[in-house]
Design a binder for this molecule. Structure first.
Ligand code: ZN
Length: 72
């Protein structure tokens, strides 16, 4: 255990948290880069226009939900 960390740990953790959330944000953006697909890449189901306009997406609601849950 080193005392060199005393006082600095909170700042380091805070910075790491900021970097992590920034990274997640960037990843999300790059995942949805570009235009929406008209049909789901997973099951081929047509994606409703309202959904496509709301967020650029590649999957239908069902597949998106399944992917986010990690059950696929
Ligand atoms: Zn689908």
């Amino acid at each position: 255990m080193s005392t060199a960390w005393a006082g600095g740990t909170d700042a380091i953790l805070e910075r790491m948290e900021q970097m992590t959330s920034l990274f997640v944000e960037e990843t999300r953006k790059s995942m949805y880069k570009g235009e929406s697909a008209t049909h789901c890449e997973e099951c081929g189901e047509e994606i409703p226009e309202s959904r496509r306009l709301a967020i650029p997406c590649k999957y239908c609601v069902d597949c998106q939900t399944a992917l986010e849950k990690g059950s696929k």
